[in-house]
Design a protein around this ligand. Structure first.
Ligand code: FAD
Length: 470
């Protein structure tokens, strides 16, 4: 441990915000310590978020393909079955390899890793309670809070991680539930619902709002919901859960229309509560040093990530902005660049968002609804994957590319893709939007054939002119 030696930078939390900030700070020549209580680096994302969910999404997709699509491609098996412990073991292996990888990166970059629970004793001192209860004080000229977020429950619902689970429990169920009810139609609920639905659960998603994934472009959202419904996911929108009864074998949920009205019951073997996440600052001693938070507990920072207390910074899920791993990483890099006297920069309007279902939905920039609301004159260009040769060749052609561009200048304002690998395809658009490209800029770039990316080129052509293949 770093003992009483003073660090240039001390980071509390080893998630994608914290560990990336630590590595970057060390690369910039700053003496750096990272404190993490979990016993493993990588935070929510690596341990109970992005990575294990993507592992299960991939494994369950393979099973789903094996039973629904392989025969169409002339690949036949006498039978296919799920070995859930093996599926979980492959997920766990991916997680542990990656967390160990970060420890390796810390060593390589000479970041000091202190295991334990960090707590401010002053704006430049953190007391750390280690795994055996031992206390160390870590000092730093600059302290970055990167403590992330935690699962949010709902009033009257107690998460036991067995029958009533958060995303963490839903990533580690020991049996495939016959009936799974998901409360909350955000991306985490839909991803986890997809995993268990593909493995055989009957999935019902209950959502208070009138739409699934409220940030999504409306037209794409409609197609996405239809696609999930075709996969047998059921939606009860504008519906609220008002009671939970776990006295019997399963779980009985009492639900009613969001606007009030007749109550009904819904039965489930497992209920996943995915109603959002909340910034995690418990036991950190923020009040002791006077760090300001907003109504929901997020730390308020300026554009250099400094809180109202000089020398105390915050990044990632614990500050306002999209609660995404890549956003936390960008915050982390920019924050330590400022500390090192350089110029950090994060453009929050250009952070991509991806839902990793099948098909995936990825977007960057503004939705058509947002552009309309801003009163900007715009054009829309669309291209369906049904007309894309690669998508047809592999018989996976559900989806569309939609580009929203300024009517006058043709500058791209937003790109929305629903496609099997939309999360990869979106980055051409992310790059374009970051360089203030026009749709014609994308359309005039030679794209390899046959690729899914050609659909983006065609949608770009459709924005200011005409596509070729439809
Ligand atoms: P965290 O990752 O939450 O890390 C904070 C760390 O700080 C934790 O490890 C915690 O133990 C530690 N800590 C907290 N307090 C203390 C303390 N006092 N002392 C010491 N250590 C402390 N995002 C994506 O971009 N893509 C995805 O596909 C995606 N999938 C997700 C799936 C699920 C199921 C979930 C739950 C989240 C997902 N996310 C995804 C969101 C992503 O995980 C978060 O946005 C990201 O982890 C935030 O990073 P962070 O570093 O701010 O915080």
């Amino acid at each position: 441990a770093s003992g009483s030696d003073e660090n240039d930078v001390v980071i509390i939390g080893g998630g994608p915000g914290g560990y990336v900030a630590a590595i970057k700070a060390a690369q910039l020549g700053l003496k750096t310590t990272c404190i993490e209580k979990r016993g493993a680096l990588g935070g929510t994302c690596l341990n109970v978020g992005c990575i294990p969910s993507k592992a299960l999404l991939h494994s369950s997709h393979m099973y789903h393909e094996a039973i629904h699509s392989f025969a169409n491609h002339g690949v036949k098996f006498p039978s296919v079955e799920v070995d859930l412990p093996a599926m979980m073991a492959q997920k766990d292996k991916a997680v542990s390899n990656l967390t160990r990888g970060i420890e390796g990166l810390f060593k390589k970059n000479k970041v000091t890793y202190v295991k334990g629970y960090g707590k401010f004793i002053s704006p430049s001192e953190v007391s750390v309670e280690g795994p055996e209860g031992e206390n160390t004080v870590v000092k730093g000229k600059h302290i970055i809070v990167a403590t992330g977020s935690d699962v949010k429950s709902l009033p009257g619902i107690t998460i036991d991680e067995k029958r009533i689970v958060s995303s963490t429990g839903a990533l580690a169920l020991s049996e495939i539930p016959k009936k799974l009810v998901v409360i909350g139609a955000g991306y985490i609920g839909l991803e986890m619902g997809s995993v268990w639905g593909r493995l055989g659960s009957e999935v019902t998603v209950v959502e208070f709002a009138s739409d699934i994934v409220p940030t999504m472009d409306g037209e794409i959202r409609k197609q996405f919901q239809r696609s999930l419904e075709k996969q047998k996911m059921k939606f009860m929108l504008k519906t609220k859960v008002v009671g939970v009864d776990t006295s019997g074998d399963g779980v009985k949920l009492t639900i009613e229309p969001a606007a009030g009205g007749e109550q009904t019951t819904l039965e489930a073997d497992v209920v996943l509560v995915s109603a959002g996440r909340t910034p995690f600052t418990a036991g950190l001693g923020l009040d002791k040093i006077g760090v300001e938070t907003d109504k929901v507990g997020r730390i308020l920072v300026n554009e250099r990530f400094v809180s109202n207390v000089p020398g105390v910074y915050a990044i990632g899920d614990v500050i306002p902005g999209p609660m995404l791993a890549h956003k936390a990483e960008e915050d982390g890099v920019a924050c330590v660049e400022f500390i090192a006297g350089k110029h950090g920069h994060v453009d929050y309007d250009k952070v991509p968002g991806v839902v990793y279902t099948h098909p995936e939905v990825a977007s960057v920039g503004k939705t058509e609804e947002q552009v309309k609301e801003l009163g900007i004159a715009y054009r829309v260009g669309k291209f369906p994957f049904l007309a894309n040769s690669r998508a047809k060749a592999i018989d996976d052609a559900e989806g569309i590319v939609k580009i929203v561009a300024d009517k006058e200048t043709d500058k791209i304002l937003g790109v929305h893709i629903m496609a099997p690998n939309a999360g990869e395809l979106i980055h051409e658009a992310v790059l374009a939007i970051n360089y203030d490209a026009s749709s014609e800029d994308i359309a005039r770039v030679c794209h390899a054939h046959p690729t899914m990316s050609e659909a983006l080129k065609e949608a770009a052509m459709a924005t200011y002119d005409k596509p070729i293949h439809i």
